[in-house]
Design a protein around this ligand. Structure first.
Ligand code: SF4
Length: 339
């Protein structure tokens, strides 16, 4: 860990001003990822700007048209167990609780969840090439051990995946991310927040350096009657997803009127394909249609030596999770789905 300074910001303007002074000034909130990154010398910091005193960012607020805003500084645990989230957005609650450990969820913030870095092993090892850590150095994963890596949206620059569970649900729920920077406030559609590697694999998202996440808006539609989050991983807990799926439906008179399916663990961002969801509209919610939706979602998937299994795994996970979403009982802790 390099020598660095630390300063608490008493308000958002101070935080933004300190942040924009140099790219080596960084925000710290829960610290559950950035401290590791500093300790492993993945990157350095001149100044850590502590924003934990910004109480305004620790609220859950009701918005017009019945949506809600969840503060960037609420912890993942506070969010998952908030009565409004549990009642109206159980998909989000379920996805958050699938991630990390109870201890980490008690510290990690919502803003930090969106900004966490990939868990590609090579990214955390400064001794080996990695375009995300050092652009132009190469990608050690492409010909290395790539079991956890991407099957969609990757390129020769980077095949890392974005590791969040929470963000897979936020993608399915059509959330918006509120940010503030030196040029004022803006709202970013969740699908536009994270990015594919393209020619800038060092960047995970479209946030400018001096911008701060203030909150996440959720539309009124929470899919509380038909939802499911399925996470498949090497261990049954404390592990990142090999593949995860968030599914949510509105069903009327036996037909699907709205469908959302988002995948995690397969790409540099939560993966959502509108054509797959549109295919399901006005169809009966049954296996054969979910199988077709899965084919559309995984169209063009390309694996590597150690992760080819993910392509079939993801297709099966989509079908299973969509069937589970039809039976809310499958979402109770300890429930054993019979599908
Ligand atoms: Fe680095 Fe991305 Fe390659 Fe991993 S996959 S080594 S993060 S460039």
């Amino acid at each position: 860990m390099n020598n660095l300074s630390y300063q608490q910001a008493g308000n958002i303007d101070t935080a933004v001003t300190l942040l924009e002074q140099t790219p080596a000034n960084r925000i710290i909130a829960g610290g559950t990822n950035i401290i590791d990154l500093l300790k492993y010398f993945v990157f350095e910091a001149d100044l850590l700007v502590d924003i934990n005193a910004l109480e305004d960012l620790k609220q859950v607020q009701k918005l017009n048209q019945d949506g809600i805003r969840i503060g960037a500084l609420l912890t993942n645990a506070e969010t998952a167990y908030h009565p409004i989230i549990e009642k109206h957005y159980p998909l989000l609650s379920k996805a958050i609780l699938a991630g990390a450990s109870a201890q980490i969820r008690n510290m990690a913030t919502n803003g930090g969840n969106l900004l966490q870095r990939t868990r590609c092993y090579y990214y955390y090892d400064p001794e080996v090439p990695c375009n995300k850590r050092e652009p132009g150095s190469g990608c050690s994963a492409i010909n290395g051990f790539n079991r956890i890596h991407a099957i969609l949206g990757h390129n020769e620059q980077c095949i890392a995946v974005f590791p969040s569970d929470m963000c897979v649900a936020l993608a399915a729920l059509d959330a918006n991310v509120n940010v503030v920077g030196k040029n004022g406030k803006r709202s970013i559609r969740f699908g536009d927040f994270h990015k594919l590697p393209e020619n800038t694999p060092q960047l995970d998202n479209n946030l400018a350096h001096s911008e701060l996440i203030t909150g996440i808006d959720l539309p009124a539609r929470g899919f509380k009657d038909h939802y499911s989050y399925l996470k498949l991983r090497d261990r049954s807990s404390y592990s990142f997803a090999l593949v995860s799926v968030a599914s949510a439906f509105d069903i009327e008179d036996g037909l699907i009127k709205e469908a959302r399916i988002a995948l995690g663990g397969v790409a540099h961002k939560p993966w959502r394909i509108r054509e797959a969801e549109e295919f399901l509209l006005n169809k009966t919610p049954e296996r054969k249609h979910f199988e077709t939706a899965a084919q559309i979602l995984l169209h063009g998937a390309v694996g590597f030596e150690h992760n080819l299994f993910k392509i079939d795994l993801a297709k099966r996970a989509v079908v299973r999770n969509c069937l589970m979403a039809l039976k809310p009982d499958t979402q109770r802790p300890g429930a054993k789905p019979s599908l």
